[in-house]
Write a protein that binds this ligand. Structure first.
Ligand code: 5GP
Length: 204
């Protein structure tokens, strides 16, 4: 807690290529709430421009599995079936929430379902690109993945879309400015509602 202001968990999921990272980056910079990104751990290799500890905690497979076995993850998943692990660090989330932060988790749908079990009051937002055709165009344009990897991501995306209805809020990212404003609006509405309730009603 921070002067009595309750912390909160914000889960943002959506198919890879839906523009989650861009929207989340802008959200953190522009939305006037005490937002804090939960930096996940992963065994995938950094993409050009990604920074250790800022975009992800990039770990070797051995390091990841040791931390998993040590119970350090709130949730973890092998994403894309190619041996890359991703996980949310429990310490990051609890430290943030206890400090009154709105901790933002940008994680896949299965990880999100696990987190919701522990934090049923989490604000869940599904960000989608509109159609899988649009998604394919974006993945190709991004140019960071091979044709094989794109095919795998599209397959995963189709499956991820089926989880849409498990999220309280759906935001279409056809224009980044609009999507950021919409997500920020959802969070501000929740903040306004929380001020009318006691913290114990709104925080886990
Ligand atoms: P990317 O490799 O493009 O950064 O992320 C691939 C996918 O992994 C995205 O859908 C992203 O949301 C998801 N992801 C990132 N961090 C985590 C995490 O800590 N846990 C889970 N379950 N998924 C994650």
């Amino acid at each position: 807690m921070n002067g009595g202001t309750p912390g909160q968990l914000v889960i943002i999921s959506g198919p890879s290529g839906a523009g989650k990272s861009t929207v989340v980056g802008r959200l953190l910079a522009e939305c006037e709430l005490p937002l804090e990104l939960s930096v996940s751990a992963t065994t995938r290799r950094p993409r050009p421009g990604e920074v250790q500890g800022k975009d992800y905690h990039f770990l070797s497979r051995d390091q990841f599995l040791a931390r998993r076995d040590n119970g350090e993850f709130l949730e973890w998943k092998e994403v894309f079936g190619r041996g890359d692990y991703y996980g949310t660090l429990l310490g990051t989330v609890t430290a943030g929430v206890n400090a009154g932060k709105w901790v933002v988790l940008e994680i896949d749908v299965e990880g999100a379902m696990t987190v919701i079990e522990t934090y049923p009051d989490a604000i869940t937002i599904f960000l989608h690109p509109g159609s899988t055709g649009e998604l394919e165009r974006r993945l190709r344009e991004r140019g960071t993945d091979s044709a094989d990897a794109i095919a795998r991501r599209l397959e995963v995306a189709r499956r991820e879309m089926t989880f849409r209805d498990r999220y309280k809020h759906h935001v279409q990212n056809d224009a980044v400015d609009k999507a950021v404003a919409e997500v920020c609006g959802i969070l501000n509405a929740r903040a306004a509602a929380a001020t009318t309730k006691s913290p114990s009603d709104t925080t886990r």
